[in-house]
Design a protein around this ligand. Structure first.
Ligand code: SF4
Length: 242
């Protein structure tokens, strides 16, 4: 699957100027999960990641190319949770290598949706995540108690990787956290929007959109995204009705 490959390359180049801390996935070293969302009150909060007025971006990109994603790994650009002293910019970007081929568009779509859903199944203790999918942000309130208990991005990253890897289609997961000032969070947010446009285009294709590119409202996305047209015309070749 190559639909998201150019976004993976763009994301890597946005981060190129930083030197991350890196940890390999350690399955036994996740942060405690409380199984449902927790309310961290403002008075109990140490700080917020990606709070309003701060940069914030959240997205997941998929590929089948091991040259782009080949490890289960956590990368951190910026201070770790116990080093942060006040509200900071925040991005969480997930790169997944999946074992799905483009020629079965329904399977591609189903796998993407299943995997996107998995992100709602991580509830780390003292780490209250609020997603705003409509503006591609993620805001996290971290409790003072979690800081005292030793919370870290390594442990949170392990929790996410464990959740993603429950899906047998996920072969590798790299979770990237960005907390340092000076990165282009706006560009990351633009990437998040493009990723969502790709998924939405897939939805329309599956709904039986006509294969006439000259009148198609999605042409801009398809012109930009490698593999999208091939995927759509593949549907036609297999005799699907439009
Ligand atoms: S391949 Fe052509 S018809 Fe299909 S979604 Fe893209 S622009 Fe539209």
């Amino acid at each position: 699957m190559e639909l998201f490959n150019s976004l993976i390359r763009e994301t890597r180049s946005l981060l190129e100027k930083g030197s991350p801390k890196a940890w390999d996935y350690a399955p036994g070293e996740t942060w405690k999960d409380i199984g449902s969302s927790e309310l961290v009150l403002q008075k109990d909060a140490a700080f917020e990641l990606g709070a309003s007025g701060r940069g914030s971006a959240n997205y997941v990109l998929f590929t089948s190319d091991p040259a782009l994603v080949d490890r289960d790994q956590i990368l951190l650009y910026g201070p770790d949770l116990r080093e942060i002293r006040g509200d900071v910019d925040f991005a969480r970007i997930v790169l997944l290598r999946v074992g799905v081929l483009d020629d079965d568009e329904e399977q591609v779509y189903r796998v993407l949706k299943d995997i996107e859903f998995a992100k709602y199944h991580v509830y780390p203790e003292g780490y209250m995540v609020r997603m705003s999918p409509e503006n591609y942000r993620e805001q996290v309130r971290v409790s003072k108690q979690a800081i005292r208990g030793g919370i870290s991005f390594r442990a949170i990253g392990n929790s996410y990787i464990q959740a993603y890897k429950k899906d047998p289609n996920v072969l590798n997961a790299t979770v990237i956290f960005v907390t340092a000032p000076g990165f282009d969070y706006k560009a990351m947010k633009d990437n998040a929007k493009k990723a969502s446009d790709i998924t939405n285009t897939l939805t329309h294709i599956l709904e039986g959109l006509s294969t006439d590119c000259t009148v198609c409202a999605l042409k801009d996305i398809c012109d930009e995204v490698e593999g999208m047209k091939e995927l759509h015309f593949g549907v036609g070749d297999k005799g699907h009705k439009h």
